[in-house]
Every structure is written in structure tokens, then in C-alpha cells.
Design a binder for this molecule. Structure first.
Ligand code: UDP
Ligand code: MG
Length: 346
């Protein structure tokens, strides 16, 4: 089945149109290489296109260079956020400003080869898929530790969450407009984009892509940042970590009862013996640890509730360049406007 023809756009260009979203933090040095490959790749699609770049609080001259590239690169738009909000939010800010019928999200460091955009868009156009993921053919994520961490995370996520996220897919995706709208309608502040897309559903497929090495600079995901994203992802999509403590508690209590009965019987039959101090200490320390982990996990969920009830906008836009209609300066959160959130009493 092929996609029903999209009606021509109001601006007279033939539909359908493709938008590309590029989140960027300190990517200035790679911009020449990026546009040198992206623009021919988009032209080869023979579809109208727009490039929406999001400057996510860069501290180098990414923003200034993006602005100057607007003279050379047609249909280049720039959204500059008020500070660094992180990649997930930067992608959200970019998606909110796209107008294409299909939106391609990709990294700006050329790890996602622009030449593969055509193969991502093809299943959308020809087979009516709504969400097309690039699947890493080369799974190595740079180093033994990072691979082990990634495997551990996906195993934990699979076990504990209500949705499935494929470890072999990443953020390089082609997304139909209706899925973009569904994604933007989800108001949560703690965002794990791939989880939100998976939760939304729709007709999904994958395309094999050979990912490349970062061309310049280094990855901006330190171990701690990755840990945060992983904890956030797991606690955003399931409550098993919360509930598991009831099971652990029951098992521990049952074992304690059995052990208590055994010790009582032993004391009655053979009298009390004093030794056992080390095992007592180990037991105390172990179970204090278990209780603190349990508390920490409750804290993680409470943190989510805290940030959700504040209902702050997801991000602020400092500058938006190249958009026909000036975009809103805050994130789209259904039902809330900036005025609503600023009470006179404050
Ligand atoms: N990025 C971003 N905001 C951040 C960190 C990263 O927009 O706070 C962008 C970055 O510029 C790049 C993409 O997200 O285009 C992927 O980042 P990176 O290459 O550092 O991560 P990795 O490829 O190692 O997962
Ligand atoms: Mg990268």
C-alpha cells in the first residue's frame, strides 16, 4: 500500500515535504562537513525540504555560524534555546517548529549519515509506515564499558517498563506528521523521546544503516549523564521499580521469620551461644542498604511528580530565525500559556 497523496501546500510547492531536525551543542567545527553532505542528500530526495537546527545553549560560535550559513544553505531555520536543555528537549523544540509531512531527526555530528535519509523516508512514502527507525548495523557504541552499560540498560528497561525499545535503534528516525503531533501532545517534563514514540504506537519499521564515527569533537554524553537518562527512562515508563520493594520486603521478612524460628529452636535445644557478631553486622548493613535503595527509588519517582506538578514550560526560545510565522517562545504544553503560569499574586 502506498501513502495517499498529500495535497499541495498552501505556498504552492508540491507536497509532500520533508523537515530535518538537528539538535546541536557546540558543533560549530562540524557544520561545514554537515551541510556539505546534508544539502545534496536532501536535493536528491526531490522533495521540498526545510532544515530546522536547534542550538541547545552552545558555548562556542555554533549559533553565529548557523546564522551565516543561512546565506548559503536554502531553507535553513535556526531555533536558539535560552540555555542548554539537553538533547531530548532540543529535539522536542525542533519538532515543534517543523511543518513537513515527514520529519527526519538526526544527530549533527555526522554519525548519522545524511545519505541514508532517502532509505528512511522510502518506507514512509512507499509503504505507508508512520515511524521509520534507523537500525545500527554496527552495534559497537565505543568501548567495552559503554557497550556493557547499553546492554544493561536495555535489559532493565525491557524488564521494568510497559513498552519495548529496540537496542539496535537510535535517534535517527523518519516520523510522520501525525506521530510528531502525538509526541508534542505528551506534556511530560521528563522526556525519553524514544520511549514516548514507542508509547504512541503507530506503524513502525526499521531500516539498516551503517553509523559513522564522530567527525570532530567528542561525545557529550558522560557516564553520569547517561546514568541519569537511563534512570529517567526506566522510571518514566513503568512502576515496577516501586512495586518490587513489596516483593523484596516479603521475601526478606519470610526468611527472617524462618531464621528466627530456627534460632529459637536451636537456643531451646542447645542453649544460647554468643558468637555471631560479624554476621549480625553484615545483616544490618545489608538491609540498611536495601532500605536506602528503596527510599532512593521512591525519591526518583517523587522527583518526577515534583517536576511535573510545577508545570514549567519545557524550554524557552531566545531567538528563532527563518520561520514565516514567529514561533512561540515557550514550549507547547497543552492547555497552558505563559500567562496562565504567571499569577498576579506572585
Ligand atoms: N546534543 C544536544 N544537546 C546536548 C548534548 C548533545 O543537542 O546537551 C546534540 C549533539 O550536538 C549531537 C547529538 O545531540 O548533535 C548527539 O550528541 P553526541 O554526539 O554528543 O552523543 P552520542 O553520539 O555520543 O550519543
Ligand atoms: Mg554523536
Amino acid at each position: 500500500m502506498t501513502r495517499a497523496p498529500v495535497p499541495p501546500k498552501a505556498n504552492g510547492s508540491p507536497g509532500p515535504m520533508v523537515s530535518v531536525v538537528l539538535p546541536m551543542r557546540n558543533e560549530s567545527r562540524g557544520l561545514d562537513g554537515l551541510f556539505a553532505r546534508l544539502v545534496p542528500a536532501l536535493r536528491a530526495l526531490a522533495m521540498p525540504y526545510e532544515i530546522v537546527t536547534v542550538d541547545d545553549g552552545s558555548t562556542d560560535d555554533t549559533l553565529a555560524r548557523l546564522k551565516s550559513f543561512r546565506d548559503e544553505v536554502a531553507h535553513l531555520k535556526v531555533v536558539s534555546l535560552s540555555r542548554n536543555f539537553g538533547k531530548e528537549i532540543a529535539v522536542t523544540a525542533g519538532l515543534a517548529r517543523t511543518t513537513g509531512d515527514v520529519v527526519v531527526v538526526m544527530d549533527s555530528d555526522l554519525q548519522h549519515p545524511p545519505e541514508s535519509i532517502a532509505s528512511l523516508v522510502a518506507p514512509w512514502r512507499d509503504e505507508d509506515f508512520d515511524l521509520v527507525y534507523a537500525r545500527r548495523k554496527n552495534l559497537d557504541r565505543g568501548g567495552f564499558l559503554r557497550n556493557a552499560f547499553s546492554k544493561g540498560f536495555y535489559a532493565a528497561f525491557d524488564f521494568m517498563s510497559e513498552i519495548r525499545v529496540d537496542r539496535e535503534t537510535g535517534d535517527f528516525t523518519a516520523i510522520d506528521r501525525k506521530v510528531v503531533d502525538a509526541f508534542l501532545a505528551m506534556p511530560e517534563r521528563n522526556r525519553f523521546n524514544r520511549g514516548l514514540f514507542a508509547w504512541a504506537g503507530f506503524r513502525t519499521t526499521t531500516v539498516d544503516v551503517v553509523m559513522e564515527e564522530r567527525q570532530v569533537g567528542t561525545s557529550q554524553w558522560g557516564f553520569l549523564k547517561l546514568m541519569r537518562l537511563a534512570a529517567n527512562a526506566i522510571t518514566s515508563f513503568g512502576t515496577l521499580p516501586l512495586k518490587i520493594w513489596a516483593i523484596i520486603g516479603s521475601v526478606v521478612s519470610a526468611s527472617a521469620l524462618i531464621y528466627g524460628a530456627y534460632v529459637s529452636a536451636k537456643t531451646l535445644l542447645f542453649g544460647a551461644d554468643v558468637p555471631g557478631y560479624p554476621s549480625l553486622m553484615v545483616a544490618i548493613m545489608f538491609f540498611s542498604g536495601v532500605q536506602l535503595i528503596g527510599l532512593g527509588i521512591i525519591g526518583e519517582y517523587l522527583g518526577h511528580v515534583f517536576s511535573e506538578v510545577k508545570r514549567r514550560p519545557l524550554y524557552f526560545v531566545r531567538e528563532a530565525i527563518g520561520f514565516d510565522v514567529p514561533p512561540a517562545t515557550t514550549s507547547h504544553t497543552p492547555g497552558i500559556t505563559v500567562e496562565d503560569t504567571c499569577s498576579d499574586g506572585l
